[in-house]
Design a binder for this molecule. Structure first.
Ligand code: CUA
Length: 374
């Protein structure tokens, strides 16, 4: 009876483990793929993962076969004396040495191939440096940061890099600990307040690669995603030129009204280069001090921590989601605006026509993006 309930317990535990794995696996967004490395660093990590995986599988198969053989060979036979123990091997030097040395050799081998890779991956390369700042719950990327900390190009959630070039990242955080991960380009690297962590990403092909924050960082941790947009060199140069162009005051009536509304409601957090810069240099009215720089909002493919698409499949702007975001951001993505973590709601503040004007203005802020997600 006891044995049966033990077996039943194991069956239940085993089944729930399988179910849990299936459920958790289905949580992945599908676009974040650690099994398909593209960048050099990601390939290096993938190679090591496979090597240790194959070694573990070989050991597992060997042990499983050995267990079966031992069980069959030393089973109790009908004419055995049940009180007599089989020959004991405790203290058998040959056996002890064998099963100690084999794991030692395997582990030393894994150490020798893995440790240099760990140091190699965290070193600084020769390419350009992009500053990566994490905050609740989105990513900021600053290019060519001057000694005084200012940068001419600041983007949110989407890091744009030229194809074939390995860029250096300087990763830090403006509030709590986050972790940077775009699995097709490289492994995970923590973003820690008060520290700078170096990392490098590159891709030999153009495209959009998806990533997300992988350190639990509060309410919207799961909605702190990002994209790396890898462009051909000509497209990259054009993108840089556009990003370097400051915004101007719109001439169209509705856009001008939206521009004025932006000046009344949005500038305590958001920067638009050339026209609204009071929240620059970490002066946003938020715990982290930063809100997304919106100068070239429409050159991005997504918004709000890359949770919502900025464009629809047909290439037109996803006005509905953007409007709802501006109207009531906390209703679209978990946040604590009362604690200055995340955008506040304007549902009570802005009328429908004011929202329309504000949207009209936002749509003038650059674009469209050089690459669309497929
Ligand atoms: Cu940021 Cu999790």
């Amino acid at each position: 009876m006891k044995i049966r309930s033990y077996a039943a317990g194991r069956l239940i535990r085993g089944t729930s483990l399988v179910l849990m794995t299936v459920v958790l696996a289905s949580c992945a967004t599908g676009r974040i793929d650690p099994t398909d490395p593209v960048g050099e660093n990601a390939k290096q990590i993938d190679g090591l993962m496979r090597l240790s995986g194959y070694m573990a599988a070989a050991v597992g198969i060997f042990v499983a076969i050995a267990v079966v053989l031992v069980v069959v060979k030393f089973r109790e036979r009908p004419d055995d004396d049940p009180d007599e123990l089989p020959k004991q091997i405790h203290g058998n030097r040959k056996a002890e040495l064998t099963w100690t040395l084999i794991p030692v050799v395997l582990l030393v081998f894994l150490t020798v191939v893995t440790v240099p890779a760990v140091f190699d991956l965290s070193g600084k390369g020769d390419g350009r440096t992009i500053k990566v700042e994490a905050q609740q719950w989105w990513w900021q990327f600053s290019y060519d940061v001057d000694e005084d900390g200012t940068s001419d190009i600041i983007t949110a959630n989407e890091i744009v890099i030229p194809v074939g070039e390995e860029v250096n990242l300087e990763i830090l955080s403006n509030d709590v600990i986050h972790s940077f991960w775009i699995p097709q380009l490289n492994g995970k690297r923590d973003a820690v307040p008060g520290r700078v962590h170096h990392w490098r990403i590159s891709s030999p092909v153009p495209g959009i690669f998806y990533g997300e924050c992988v350190e639990f960082c509060g309410l919207s941790h799961a909605d702190m995603q990002m994209r790396a947009v890898v462009l051909e060199n000509d497209d990259y140069d054009a993108w840089v030129l556009e990003q370097l162009t400051p915004a101007t005051v719109p001439t169209n009536d509705a856009a001008k009204r939206g521009y004025d509304l932006f000046g009344r409601h949005c500038v305590s957090c958001h920067v638009v280069n050339g026209v609204y810069e009071s929240a620059a240099d970490g002066n946003a009215n938020l715990t982290s001090g930063y809100a997304p720089n919106l100068t070239h909002l429409m050159t991005r493919t997504s918004f709000a921590g890359s949770v919502f698409e900025l464009y629809k499949d047909d290439g037109s702007v996803n006005v509905a989601d953007l409007r709802e975001w501006v109207r009531n951001a906390p209703g679209q993505k978990a946040a604590r605006p009362e604690n200055r973590q995340g955008m506040i709601s304007f549902a009570e503040t802005l009328s429908d026509s004011e929202l329309d004007d504000l949207l009209t203005y936002l749509l003038t802020l650059g674009g469209p993006p050089p690459l669309m997600p497929n």
